[in-house]
Design a protein around this ligand. Sequence first.
Ligand code: C2E
Ligand code: CA
Ligand code: CA
Ligand code: CA
Length: 281
Amino acid sequence: AKESGRSRFKVFSQRMHDQNVRLLELETELRKSLERDDFVTLLQPIVDLDNKRLNGFEALVRWNHPKLGMISPAEFIPLAEDTGLIHPLGEWVLRNVCSTIRDWEKQFPPGTPLNISINLSAKQFVQPTLIPQLREILELTGITPSNLRLEVAETVLMNHASIAIEMLGQLKDLGISLSMDDFGTGYSSLSYLRQFPIDALKIDRSFISRFGEDAESQVLVRSIISLAKNIGVAVVAEGVDTDVQSAMLKDLGCEYAQGYLFARPMPREKAEALLRGDEVL
Ligand code: C2E
Ligand code: CA
Ligand code: CA
Ligand code: CA
């Protein structure tokens, strides 16, 4: 028994070692890729549930490594956070998205839904250079600031509540739109939530995917929607991938949705075809 315990440990530590080697390798590659511009931002449509019309997009970054292939943000964002590489990467995403918005504002008539949301991770959100950096990029591109939306997770905002309220206020002063992402995973109270100057709440995908199967998630989603209405912010349901989910959300008064049912994250050219009306959702 002792023998097998030891060999099991050997296998375990070998695996740990492999994992560490993979992480180290990824970190080195991430640095190189930042210099080579090996990233792309895909855009996932957000639709108005009333008429299934386009309302805007969420930018989702992809690492397109020449040898390793496409790497999911679920794998490299945590690594980028741990190594501090999230800062140059985040800046790349910001500049990339703002220049897309700038091109679109020149190209499309007023009234076209050109807004794009960007995800900010915890480290990016608390970085003191965020505000001056955004101010610089807004000036440089000359975009309408409200066409840029920033998404910050509920848990990030709640973990640093007083700083967060202050930071969100500064972002609002720049004219940027704000969403609280992955809502429902933390436990924000109504009175607390009122203090956050946000424009929208995004209901976490985990509740939407359990929707229809368990009553509990339905109760929760219903209460998030009424809470949002109470404080006057928009609600976006993420990860909607069935007609049933979409219909139930609409019945509950949810205004916006995003998910594979409507569209997967897509390259910029395809998003432009949607905006031109050459393609439909
Ligand atoms: P998130 O902000 O919650 O983004 C939603 C995720 O759900 C995306 O995964 C999207 O592709 C996926 N999704 C959308 N609709 C559906 C659906 O109907 N079904 C299913 N199963 N999935 C759906 P993705 O692109 O892999 O992104 C994962 C996470 O990585 C994001 O979660 C976000 O937290 C982070 N992330 C992505 N891009 C960036 C970025 O530019 N900066 C930072 N800091 N984080 C990012
Ligand atoms: Ca998001
Ligand atoms: Ca989300
Ligand atoms: Ca989520």
